[in-house]
Ligand binder design. Sequence first.
Ligand code: PLP
Length: 395
Amino acid sequence: MTAPNRNYAQLKDAYLFSNIAARTSAYLKKHPGTYLYRMGIGDVTLPLCDAVIKALHEAVDDQADQARFNGYMPECGMPSLRETIAAYYRKRNVRLDPEEVFVSSGASDELGDILDLFDRLGSSLIMEPAYPAYVDANVMAGRKIIHLPSGKENGFLPMPCEEAAADLIYLCSPNNPTGAVFSRDQLEAWVDFANDHGSIILFDAAYEAFIEDDTLPHSIFEIPGAETCAVEICSLSKTAGFTGTRLGYTVIPKKLVREGVSFNDMWVRNRTTKTNGISYILQKGGAAVFTDEGQRQIKENIQYYKENAKLLMEVFDKAGLWYCRGKNAPYIWLKCPHGMDSWTFFDYLLSEIQVVGTPGEGFGSCGEGYFRFSTFSSREDTKEAAGRLAELLER
Ligand code: PLP
């Protein structure tokens, strides 16, 4: 008999989004035809920008032409795209060898697959509230998880402490769900801690492009010493609307070595075994994001979401509610009013004003009493939801 991976039995139900779906469909059953303002979505709504669409079309035409056709692509990414991404980092004075950049099909894939590189018996530190995939990928791999709670008292930015001494340390900045962003000093403390303990930081920079405060680091590699203790996982999903198109990149420095073994070499071996490269068409589309025109256009889209954020933040400011950032991330993490718990607030918004958000408790128990608003909805829906929230919070 083939034994299944028994770690799967330890996974908690993906109850957050199924519970949201169950509650909203029960509401709609009772109130047929009601329009819901969906402010919980973690998916983009604006289409790909013109520069990307044009590059994708050209790449399709290349594949139709005998002379320009491409078969298998290099497993670690097209050399020209690896160089383009290294040049993107150079703008922030981060010097990468293009061979330290691996083109991927997105951050989720990498967050799970990267665990292949580490001893299965090792431990992983996950700061909570957290993006649920961190916990699930580690449960599936059978790793020991150390949960590090955070809260309002530290602005949801926990700092190194003795319990944090794990083999792998997940840092997500700007953070999903809280929108909190680590400062340079705070990241320096984490990098020093990781180097002192021989730990490796898995830095999730999926939302780096939303940072507007110039003093905040976009990459862990802006911090001296990170090249000996960090891997960075990045994605064009939220930056450039690639959630349904799929492209990302992972940076593994050549100086990242433990017990004489290079993780960069291991990842090359892993990718050349487990993938046959990312589609030529998608890599051409992704490359267009990094052109001057592509950067200008994606920034316009990000600005659109930021205007949505402003509409919501104005309401919360007026109501005197505590919330975490929203300025450098596409999420607003609100303390529920009147001491309500996350699910009570969810039901209250749904029944009173037909606004759907995400209960913070679904991101870990220390998210209880908080609520995540996404800024990825349409302007029309965000305006209407903001107006309804303002009216409700004044009652
Ligand atoms: N990391 C974080 C923090 C996310 O919020 C998400 C998606 O919501 C991802 C990674 C996954 O991104 P991708 O679409 O590239 O798989």
